[in-house]
Design a binder for this molecule. Sequence first.
Ligand code: 5GP
Length: 153
Amino acid sequence: MTKKNAVEKHGFNPNTVFEDILAGKLPAEFVYKDELVTAFMDIQPITDGHVLVIPNLKAATLDELKPEYGERMFLVAQKIALAMKASTLASEGINFFLADGQAAGQTVYHLHLHVFPRFKGDGFGWKLPERYYSPPKMNILKEHCEQIKKTMS
Ligand code: 5GP
């Protein structure tokens, strides 16, 4: 995809700092690298040990991510998560987080899987909407389920 097309498609500049990190133009602390993915420390960690796992082949959003890269991202994230627990960081729990698109909170448009340690009382949490406390009836869940299944390839 050309830069112009990408800007039109996504509404943002597709060049990100992560390409510069992959190219060695920007410094980063690398945790892992193979032919498909790279993992490095997040510059603004939510908790100590926060890592980002990214595909080496640029994919701005999920629709651009080739399945083999997605598979490897998850496998590597799992390895890193287990290492975080076994290490002296003594992670008590782990969160994976991936933001796809602006509405989901994505700020860097080179897809990335956040892997970060969790500790009791670390201050991180989800802000849940009011509707969460009044769950829908099963027929509504069925309707949503059908909507998703219809467009699944
Ligand atoms: P998003 O909001 O897109 O899910 O997450 C973007 C993440 O990239 C943030 O956690 C942010 O701290 C991290 N980040 C942004 N710029 C840099 C950078 O130059 N180096 C590193 N290592 N992380 C960055």
